[in-house]
Design a protein around this ligand. Structure first.
Ligand code: DX5
Ligand code: ZN
Length: 214
């Protein structure tokens, strides 16, 4: 069954703890944490301090998506704050292989993220080093954007690339996921779906998650 990772970007930050517990109670698999620095993307959000403060609230793995320049400089802080997965953008890493090793050196699962315009070929030589590939289906920076369907063939491509290397990885999709687009992603081979507005902007989180899971 596909895993669901609610993005707290669309949660009510004045009661963040409750918002996390609410999705955990109704079957969320990961908590997706969107870290933005105002440089790599035009928005500023969460830092290690918030990750540290939500860590004791939930038993779910924290899936920390770094949309920042110079990720190497901050990996240790997010690892110590309690991240279970740290994902970094190909487009933000000058020495991607090194960055992945830094993440793993802290005992954290490593993932690599591709923007919609970045080809799957960019990770063919490092896919064997990661636990997760995250495909952006919007341009990163904001919740509530429209799904870019041209990314769908990339999901299949990542799946085939992993199979050709004989490895099992999570294939995560992030941006504009709703019950309809979720179905297309699952068919293409996605194993984890991030959803922000399609969960947190709904009245009934349980119903929202079941509709996305399909
Ligand atoms: C976008 C973030 C996403 C965002 C998804 O830059 O990486 O995780 O929260 O939000 P929705 O599901 O509303 O597109
Ligand atoms: Zn994200």
């Amino acid at each position: 069954m596909v895993k669901i990772a609610p993005s707290i970007l669309s949660a009510d930050f004045s009661k963040l703890g409750e918002e996390i517990l609410a999705v955990e109670k109704v079957g969320a698999d990961y908590i997706h944490v969107d870290v933005m620095d105002g440089h790599f993307v035009p928005n500023i959000t969460i830092g290690p301090l918030i990750v540290e403060s939500i860590r004791p609230i939930t038993k779910l793995p924290l899936d920390v998506h770094l949309m920042i320049e110079n990720p190497d400089q901050y990996i240790e802080a997010f690892a110590k704050a309690g991240a279970d997965y740290i994902t970094v953008h190909v487009e933000a890493c000058r020495h991607l292989h090194r960055t992945i090793q830094i993440i793993k050196s802290f005992g954290v699962k490593a993932g690599v993220v591709l923007n919609p315009a970045t080809p799957v070929e960019s990770i063919q030589h490092i896919i064997g080093e990661v636990d997760m590939v995250l495909l952006m289906t919007v341009n990163p920076g904001f919740g509530g954007q429209k799904f870019i369907p041209e990314v769908l063939p990339k999901i299949k491509k990542v799946k085939e690339l992993a199979e050709s290397k004989g490895i099992t990885i999570e294939i995560e999709v992030d941006g504009g996921v709703n019950p309809e687009t979720a179905k297309q992603c699952i068919e293409a081979g996605a194993t984890v779906l991030v959803a922000g507005s399609a969960i947190y902007n709904q009245e009934d989180y349980h119903k929202a998650i079941s509709l996305i899971r399909g």
